[in-house]
Design a protein around this ligand. Sequence first.
Ligand SMILES: NC(=O)c1ccc[n+]([C@@H]2O[C@H](COP(=O)([O-])OP(=O)(O)OC[C@H]3O[C@@H](n4cnc5c(N)ncnc54)[C@H](O)[C@@H]3O)[C@@H](O)[C@H]2O)c1
Length: 259
Amino acid sequence: MVTGAGAGFGKAAAEKLASEGASIVAPDIDASALGATLDTCRRLGAKVVGGCHDVSSERDWEQVLSKAECEFGKLDGLINNAGYMLTKPYLQTSLDEFRKIHRVNVESIWISVQAAYSLLKKGASESPGGSASVINVSSIYGQVSGFAQSAYCATKGAVRMLTKSQAVEFARAGDGIRVNSVHPGPGNTALAQTGIAQMMAAGMVASEDEALTFLRTLIPAGRFAEAEDIADLMVFLCSDASRYFTGAEFTLDGGYTAL
Ligand SMILES: NC(=O)c1ccc[n+]([C@@H]2O[C@H](COP(=O)([O-])OP(=O)(O)OC[C@H]3O[C@@H](n4cnc5c(N)ncnc54)[C@H](O)[C@@H]3O)[C@@H](O)[C@H]2O)c1
């Protein structure tokens, strides 16, 4: 299951997993954006369940997981990908804005893993490798500070530590559920476009070109991540090849945080 599968990293992950033979649960809050993802997954031969799903709603989680259970009876993997970024100076960010981004980026994962636990446990018990995989999408801004991103950084830092806490608890319980966090650097998706528009609105840069040049100088590899770069890692983390990884941080940033 991949949340926020209508665009960006989630779309690429769902399609890549389908191409590797997985059945896919691929919801998004924007159901109209899902058509292309679902069509591609079906064309690749995957069984697919879609649907409108707000990750911050407990009721939506109940509904989508009940559909997944009816169709597949278990979950082998859960990618908590849906989220958004807010680029705004700390002193100008309201408590309501902070609470909203916290609900979508953090509370969603709090709810999802509890709600999906029994289906994941079943997936682990039936898997040849003996494990099911949860992937929580954080960001490099859960590891280092970003420019005017205090609210976003706070949420992604929380995702990082929630991941480790879930991983340790589940490993000790012996249920076979692994949990890892993924930390992309700037990616070539709609989210980054919004970030650049917000940088301009905050007067941090004068133009899109200036923002792109500024961000690229922070990335030794000289380019943003493509969604496929992230999707390849998701496939590895969903597979038995990653069976001994749990509680780990996977940073994909073209060297950004190594500088
Ligand atoms: N693109 C980047 O630069 C970057 C870098 C690091 C981390 N990330 C993280 O990766 C994840 C995916 O980002 P992306 O760049 O693909 O974003 P994106 O905006 O391209 O796609 C996000 C998808 O999630 C959906 N979504 C948003 N809010 C939702 C909600 N409440 N419930 C369900 N679906 C919702 C959107 O409709 C959209 O289809 C996010 O968690 C983001 O914070 C992105």
